[in-house]
Design a protein around this ligand. Structure first.
Ligand code: ATP
Ligand code: MG
Length: 255
């Protein structure tokens, strides 16, 4: 049975999409059957994941009708994608009238869950019915944070949200907290890292993602970092993250 992991943080621009795309790509390079789902109407994960089709159906179409599948191939053989576009904004309003509206994505994914080892979902920087669906559908969350002031406050708000979600998803777990855009030249980075590790211990991934210009360039080429520049530090670190994750949660993994 596949595991569903939502990449969440209500704060904008902390590296959710970069992490969702590149973590998914890295898991797929370890030959895990991986599905990336874009649940952000901005569609950034869709444009980074090298789908070849120009027009495509979306996660919104799948949630609206059980007859639709919108799973597309990418340039990476073990990575597939369910894309998204601004239509998903409409879903937010339509969902408000649906019975069991918190469970629509969960029901949609029940049919595809078995076909994958890992399903990674990218989220928007907001807390709305789409993000609730996202957290209800998942087995657990991966939380990227930036090493900046108020990082701990931000994290405690996310924990409060997760506690509230337990009403709908009792067993939701935290797969890990990931420090992104890590800049070891800054004293603040170390201070925040120490605080976060002290409070959250093993929940914080040992792997950190440094600031890397290749990671910020790859979206404009519509590619995950492992296709854009496999030798970059960004690519190596997302591979390292996947390896750390698999060692921790997938005991059968050899690599
Ligand atoms: P949003 O909340 O708007 O969805 P997000 O949390 O998904 O944002 P990203 O889009 O992944 O954040 O990252 C924000 C910006 O920072 C992007 O321009 C991205 O290319 C850049 N970026 C992300 N991670 C890194 C990194 N490690 N090094 C350099 N640039 C990065
Ligand atoms: Mg994003």
């Amino acid at each position: 049975m596949g595991k569903i992991i939502s990449v969440i943080n209500q704060k904008g621009g902390v590296g959710k999409t970069t992490t969702a795309v590149n973590f998914a790509a890295s898991l797929s390079i370890f030959e895990k059957k991986t599905l990336l789902i874009d649940m952000d109407p901005q569609g950034n994960a869709t444009s980074m994941s090298s789908i070849k089709e120009k027009s495509f159906k979306t996660i919104y179409d799948m949630m609206a009708s059980s007859d639709v599948t919108a799973i597309y191939n990418t340039e990476l053989p073990f990575l597939k994608v369910i894309p998204c576009n601004s239509d998903l904004t409409g879903a937010e309003i339509e969902l408000l009238d649906v019975e069991n509206r918190e469970f629509v994505l969960k029901e949609t994914l029940a049919k595809v869950k078995d076909k994958f080892d890992y399903i990674i979902i990218d989220s928007p920087p907001s807390l709305n019915i789409l993000t609730v669906n996202n957290m209800v559908a998942c087995d657990g969350v991966l939380i990227p944070i930036q090493c900046e002031y108020f990082a701990l406050e931000g994290l405690s708000r996310i924990l409060e949200t997760l506690e509230a979600i337990q009403e709908f998803n009792e067993n939701i777990k935290i797969y890990g907290i990931l420090l992104t855009m890590y800049d070891k030249r800054l004293k603040l980075t170390f201070e925040v890292e120490n605080d976060v590790r002290e409070h959250f211990g093993d929940l914080v991934f040992k792997t950190v993602i440094p600031r890397n210009v290749k990671l910020s360039e790859s979206p404009s080429f519509g590619q995950p970092i492992s296709l854009y520049d496999i030798s970059s530090i960004g690519s190596k670190k997302y591979m390292e993250l996947a390896e750390e994750f698999l060692k921790k949660y997938n005991k059968k993994s050899k690599k």
